[in-house]
Design a protein around this ligand. Sequence first.
Ligand code: ADP
Ligand code: ASP
Ligand code: MG
Length: 408
Amino acid sequence: MALYVYKFGGTSVGSVERIKAVAEKVKKAHDLGDQIVVVVSAMSGETNRLVSLAREMQQQPTEREMDVLLSTGEQVTVSLLSMALHEIGCPACSYTGGQVKILTDSSHTKARIRNIDDTRIRMHLNAGKVIVVAGFQGVDEHDNITTLGRGGSDTTAVALAAALKADECHIYTDVDGVYTTDPRVEPKARRLDKITFEEMLEMASLGSKVLQIRSVEFAGKYNVALRVLSSFKEGKGTLITYEESQMESALISGIAFNRDEAKLTITGVPDLPGVAFKILGPIADANIEIDMIVQNIADDSTTDFTFTVHRNDYLRAKTLLEGIREELGARKVTGDDSIVKISIVGVGMRSHAGIASTMFKTLAKEGINIRMISTSEIKISVVVDEKYLELAVRALHAAFKLDQEVES
Ligand code: ADP
Ligand code: ASP
Ligand code: MG
């Protein structure tokens, strides 16, 4: 007898019919004698709807109340799925994150899981029931409801799989696996049979929202066998796994992109020690996360400083930067919130030179201007104008032959 954690995302539970289809799939696995824990997201569009409602009340909604609100989306689906299971004669029991209990820290809207008490779940599993758990939520030590950040149901599923030492964790979604890039942008994208934790983590961090970053971190840390599959059609999906020698033949595994960034520049900054701290300190104090940072070489004892932030933080960061400019006697603040970051990712990059030049040559050939560049051992990212996103992704996909099977 095996124990599986299955997670179904928003689209997979987006209507009564789809919830019924999920129930059938779960019952089939349960009938084979396996123990099944199901994690579900809110019905598609529901979390966005709740976010807009909150914004009609407050421009910056109180985070504690936001979590109370957002957690309701998942509570609807766990109850409906349990009912659908009862209706077809499958014993099931629904739980909110707090009931399980999934203990988190108190960082509302982006809480981290600290501990999962599996006693209740085990008891019910041993009694032959399917357990249906609300994704994306937990409680802190004072029993306040918390949520885990957008896409957080993936993390609930992986954390439960780790806590229960499940045989596999299946993330069922609206694509049949992890692709070389988002198939919505490049229809020639190819499904990968396997991808390493390291590459998946990099892809997720760089904007591939097929898995939440923390779910991949968790899976790597606790050695959870993680698979991404389609809710709608049969198939083996993509296994997230440790690096194997056979995988090294691919130089680049995939292309990720992030449409959520914005760029800010402060020019004519005096080139003195402590300046980076004076610029970025207040931004960090305002809880604004900074992604890429570039400081130019000083000219005339002044320098320019550019960094990127999440688009939602753009206006706040720009206002702060205006204040900093005055204080430092810098020249000018400029910004652009219509940029995107495109990254190529692959562990094979470690041992191969020339990847960056192929990337830059490809973009040049398409007449795409690169605004910022950043590299690490297994990725190269560029910032370009938003309007070039599709063109750049498709050109790079072709240049690195990602549509073709790798020979091993
Ligand atoms: P769910 O609601 O099931 O959690 P998500 O929308 O969060 O689903 O994730 C699935 C989506 O991720 C796909 O529809 C696809 O557009 C997008 N995606 C982005 N990058 C990739 C990739 N490399 N491979 C597969 N899907 C990707
Ligand atoms: N419902 C939440 C969201 O839309 C969590 C999730 O689906 O994973 O972000
Ligand atoms: Mg998701």
